[in-house]
Design a protein around this ligand. Structure first.
Ligand SMILES: *Cc1c(COP(=O)(O)O)cnc(C)c1O
Length: 235
């Protein structure tokens, strides 16, 4: 038996995941098109990514600055997001090259994005990353002070806040994270209701390969999926 190619693996997985997303959307009273599927493309060859784009994939997310810059000239037209931890000194290298930075995890980082955006005469759309599991190992804003920080960041020039993102604790069973997803959705709805100037709660980014179904059923409208689309990462 011959091994499946990366493209064949993607084709099978993509069809399956689209069905699951449509199903999860229905379960939570929404339409399939209300949910954005973003492919987490770290370590994936641009040839495979471009095949995915030709097959209809519209959103990709990279999580390393260097890898993103190396691939950036080669992607077919696609919505590009940054989803990884971003070092302040690298902001200048990517600002203006992406549609959304999902992983703004500190005031310090927001300030630098503001500074570089103003310098380039642009506005950068961002999400604020919430450390919903209060994990020491993770960066991100804590639930208790997200509101206060959001108000400060919303006033910075060159920045527009479009929602929230989270990476919940690693879990054994996808159900284990349901409580965190529910908590995130509450925050998202509460903050949205406050109608804070220069911020809009449009995007709730949560759910990855192992738990996207649960995340959508708890209100996610953008899921970031890597391995379940492209297969296991070996490096
Ligand atoms: C890699 C990555 C994902 C996707 O992870 P999978 O488990 O492979 O689906 C999602 N979000 C971020 C921030 C990532 O770095």
């Amino acid at each position: 038996m011959t091994e499946k190619s990366s493209v064949e693996i993607f084709d099978e997985n993509y069809a399956y995941i689209k069905e699951k997303i449509a199903d999860a959307a229905k379960v939570s009273g929404r339409k399939p098109q209300d949910i954005t599927l973003l492919a987490a493309t770290k370590t994936v060859d641009v040839a495979v990514i471009n095949h995915a784009i030709e097959s209809g994939l519209q959103f990709i997310g990279e999580n390393k600055v260097q890898e993103f810059l190396m691939k950036n000239d080669s992607y077919l037209p696609v919505h590009k997001h940054f989803i990884g931890h971003l070092q302040t000194n690298k902001v200048k290298d990517i600002v203006g090259k992406l549609e959304l930075i999902q992983s703004v995890d500190s005031l310090h980082l927001a300030k630098e994005i503001s500074k570089q955006s103003v310098k380039n005469g642009i506005t950068t759309d961002i999400l604020l990353e919430v450390n919903i599991g209060r994990e020491e190992s993770k960066s991100g804003f804590l639930c208790d002070d997200i509101c206060e920080n959001l108000k400060i960041i919303a006033q910075m020039d060159g920045i527009h806040i479009k929602g929230l993102m989270t990476i919940p604790p690693v879990c054994v069973n996808s159900e284990d994270n349901r409580k965190y997803f529910a908590k995130m959705n509450n925050l998202f709805v509460d903050i949205g209701a406050k109608k804070i100037d220069n911020s809009s709660m449009d995007i709730l980014s949560m759910g990855m390969s192992d738990d996207y179904y649960t995340a959508i059923s708890e209100g996610a409208n953008l899921v970031r999926i890597g391995t379940a689309l492209f297969g296991k990462r070996y490096y």
